[in-house]
Ligand binder design. Structure first.
Ligand code: NDP
Length: 496
């Protein structure tokens, strides 16, 4: 079977793809159809996915217009991955200073200035915005710093201008979604948090996904008292249960107050300007005082009033645009990629979807993005890296599995004295010997997981992991030195 670079099958193209246009830049403007539109491609949204699609399509000779109403680079560059990682770095210094003592260092008085961090972060984001502009324009596409809405299936209103396009790509991403509880107006969302004017002494964070967990670590590391409230029994739903439980235990060691089974009922502003949260935690009514309340309860596709109805594009009640495997909506020349399609809402996935859309439509090279075994990292403290099936998923889907698990104190902490443990876990399909999942909790888990993601993507077996020589002394060598599976009893959480 023919496979593209992502392992996706090329042999079963839907019949509609046979109509896929061979795009030849040399013939630009020569055909009647092309001549009748202002653009061959109009992209709504210059986030990670939209930018990649624009550049690649323009590189194949397409006449491309891109509208971005807010900031080039979208969520990831402006209020997501990039600034978040910078804040994670900043927050880790508090432990680094403490850990240095065991290595003979005397660290003098230290203080932290939030405004300096935010100003430096803003400067870096400005630099990246400029790079995005140059990337798009350098490829020959035109940027409109305006909101674009659909007027009909080939026409867009872009600021004061009307433009037409043969193909349209919707890549507008998502926006923080907060529940309508009394006092929600007092909460900040996961965009606002990057522009907080003052560093809060007491931070309450509601939610249990990537963002909530990451910011709990950031604010605790920077010196705030953090309370995290999550509605379920254990945060990071969808990750390996074992790793979730270990992370909770490590975060509690850092004095982060984790409240699970917590339902927030109201937020009230007090006379001194602080906030009081009224909640039920584990069935008991309680109140929590905070100087700032961050809601990180997910994001909703940014599709409201985009005119999708005027173009006949189907949208679910939740605002998601359903697409086929080629990212095509129900309207054959309108495509959608990234968070707006709610497949796997990660930047590199949106970039891949955007790239393969452009390959398919503008290079006569139909390719589907492969959403299997996508490696991911949570920049919690300690961090998580994950790829493939969780233990619970493997137990549900496979006849028999073996679990290899190693829990240890990272070498650095033998001298730092820090009580922090790492966990590494491999899940192996006993029938095929393939490693079907890997889960890591510990420093640099994301960095380690990228390479393991390649092995899993290649279908590597446990025997091949075993045949790989470890790099000594590293934490990552545990991945190739775990010899004995753990006794075959599902963990309590996995069995639930
Ligand atoms: P997520 O959708 O990942 O998590 C939302 C969290 O809020 C879940 O714990 C959810 O609970 C909870 N929640 C949802 N609705 C409510 C509600 N009404 N009341 C209380 N709790 C609620 O959103 P995030 O904001 O964390 O992340 C947004 C997206 O960005 C994600 O898709 C993620 O993939 C991506 N991201 C990726 C990062 C990375 O790669 N490191 C970092 C940050 C974000 P429940 O689980 O019970 O549904």
């Amino acid at each position: 079977m023919a496979r593209n670079g992502d392992g996706a099958s090329l042999t079963h193209l839907p019949s509609s793809m046979s109509k896929c246009r061979v795009f030849d830049g040399r013939q630009q403007g020569e055909s009647d159809a092309m001549a009748s539109y202002d653009y061959d491609l109009f992209v709504i949204g210059a986030g990670s996915g939209g930018t990649r699609a624009s550049r690649i399509a323009a590189g194949y000779g397409a006449r491309v217009g891109v509208a971005e109403e807010r900031y080039l680079g979208g969520t990831c560059v402006n209020v997501g991955c990039v600034p978040k990682k910078l804040l994670v770095y900043a927050s880790h210094f508090s432990e680094d200073f403490e850990d240095a003592r065991g290595f003979g260092w005397t660290v003098g008085p230290r203080s932290f200035d939030w405004n300096t961090l935010i100003a430096n972060k803003d400067q870096e984001i400005d630099r990246l915005n400029g790079i995005y502009r140059r990337l798009i324009e350098g490829a020959g596409a035109r940027i409109y710093d305006e909101r674009a809405t659909l007027v009909d299936e080939h026409t867009l209103q872009v600021g004061d201008e009307r433009v037409s396009a043969e193909t349209i790509l919707v890549a507008v991403g998502g926006w923080p979604d907060l529940p309508a509880i009394p006092g929600i107006e007092h909460a900040i969302d996961s965009n606002d948090v990057f522009y907080l004017k003052e560093f809060p002494r007491r931070m309450a964070i509601v939610g249990g996904g990537y963002t909530a967990v990451e910011f709990a670590g950031v604010f605790a590391g920077l010196g705030a008292e953090v309370t995290q409230l999550y509605r379920g029994p254990l945060f990071l739903r969808g990750f390996d249960d074992d790793i979730r439980a270990e992370l909770a235990s490590e975060m509690r060691k850092k004095d982060i107050d984790l409240r699970f089974d917590a339902s927030v009922e109201a937020i009230e502003q007090m006379e001194d300007g602080s906030y009081q949260i009224t909640a039920t935690v584990g069935g008991e009514a309680t109140t929590i005082q905070a100087d700032c309340v961050l809601y990180a309860t997910g994001r909703r596709p940014n599709t409201a009033s985009l005119g999708l109805d005027k173009a006949g594009v189907n949208v679910t009640d939740g605002g998601v645009i359903p697409v086929d495997e080629y990212s095509r909506t129900n309207v054959p020349h309108i495509y959608a990629i990234g968070d707006v399609t709610d497949r796997i809402n990660l930047t590199p996935v949106a970039i891949r979807e955007g790239h393969l859309f452009a390959e398919t439509v503008f290079n006569n090279n139909p390719q589907v993005p492969d959403h299997r075994d996508v490696p991911t990292a949570v920049f919690s403290q300690p961090s998580i890296g994950a790829c493939g099936m969780t233990e619970a998923e493997a137990r549900a889907e496979l006849d028999a599995i073996d679990i290899y698990r190693s829990a240890f104190r990272p070498m650095k902490h033998t001298l730092s004295g820090r009580d922090e443990r790492s966990v590494m876990k491999l899940i192996v399909d006993r029938k095929t010997d393939r490693v079907v999942g890997c889960h890591i909790l510990g420093p640099d888990a994301g960095e380690i997981m990228q390479g393991i993601g390649i092995a899993i993507k290649c279908g590597a077996t446990k025997a091949q992991f075993d045949a790989t020589i470890g790099i000594h002394p590293t934490s990552a060598e545990e991945i190739v030195t775990m010899r004995e599976p753990v006794p075959d009893t599902p963990s309590e959480e996995a069995a639930d």
